[in-house]
Design a protein. Sequence first.
Length: 215
Amino acid sequence: MASTMMIANMYNDLTWEEIWGDHIHQGFYDLNTTAKPDRKTAQFCLIEETLHFNNVSVKKPKSIVDVGCGISVPAIYLAKKYGAKCIGIDISPYNVKRGTKISNAQGLGDMVTFQVGDALQLPFLDGKFNLVLSMECRIQLHDKTKFVRELVHVAPGATTILTDPCHRDLANEESLKLNKEEFFLKSKYVLPEWVSRAQYVYMFKSYLLKVLHLF
C-alpha cells in the first residue's frame, strides 16, 4: 500500500504536465528517416506504431481501457480514432481530475471517462473491453505477474498493447548490478525491480495468449 500511495503522490503534481505536456509518455523515432519529429509528434507516432503492428485498425475496437492513463491524451486519441468508448484508469486523483477536465472541454465526456483505480486490482468485470492499452505503467508496479493477470481478465482474448522500458535478457549473464544512477531513479520515481521482455512473454503465454511484440 505504501508503494501505491507513493506512486499516486508522485503524479499528484502539475510539474509532470509542465515538463512533458499533456501526453506524459515516451515517443517513437524512426531511425530510417532523417527528419526527427518533435516530441509531441513522436508521442503520437508511438501510439500509431503499436496500433499498426497489432492490426488494431482492422478490428476497430469499440470498448477500450487505458491502464495508467496519465492525464488523458492516449485515451482521447483512441476514442476519436475509432469512435469508441474509452475508460482511463489511474492511481493519481490529480491525473483523473485533469483528464476529465480535458475530455469535457473537447465535448467527449460521454465517450471518454476517467476514474481512480489500481492497475493491480482493476475495478471492471471480466471481458469488458476489446482493447487494452497501457503505456509506461507497469514499470512502477511491484507485482508484474498480477498486473498481467488483471489485464487478461478484463479483456480475455482481446488485443493488449503495452509499452514500457525493460532490461535485456539476462539468461546467459549475471544479474544486473545496481549502480548509483539506477538507485537514484528507483528511489525518486518509485521503480521496483525491472524485468525483461522475455519474462513478459512468458507471463502472457501462461494464459495461452499469442504474443506479437513487446515495445
